[in-house]
Design a protein around this ligand. Sequence first.
Ligand code: HEC
Length: 137
Amino acid sequence: MPNLASVKYGNFGKLLVFKLGGDAELPPPTVLDRTIPRQPELMASAEEVQLGKEGYHLNCAVCHGALVKSSGVIKDLRMMQPETHKIYKEIVLGGVYAEIGMASFADLLDETDIEHIRAYIVSRANEDREAAATVEE
Ligand code: HEC
């Protein structure tokens, strides 16, 4: 979904008020940095990545996007920073982000399931990092 404005510019709440005869100009929107960060080392087999792919699409894709490509509104998990990878379990099972809309999945998934999902996220991120590197050459 590279052409979506929400992917290119983000989706931030904004209120525009118009005035007759007004001459204020809207500053151009800032283009977001969509560079996928270097991923943590992947310690998973192809089978585990495949299980993660299934788990991701059953449980996460509805909000975070099919193939781990967010539409720009909810966080793109390919962009997870190293600090976020460190607290991934606390987020997905512990529910530490429940107040911002990311509930705990502890009633549906266990630690092994979510590690498979993380392996799939990392492998998708690496695929897209490689594709981007090839385009820049
Ligand atoms: C009902 C919607 C919804 C579903 C389903 C969902 N999430 Fe989330 N998730 C969110 C929201 C909302 C946030 C907070 C987004 C923000 O800060 O912009 C979030 C944030 C996260 C974060 C933190 C990302 C970061 O970079 O800070 C992780 C990790 C995460 N989700 C993993 C998952 C995983 C794994 C699944 C599937 C097991 C999942 N989510 C399913 C809505 C969802």
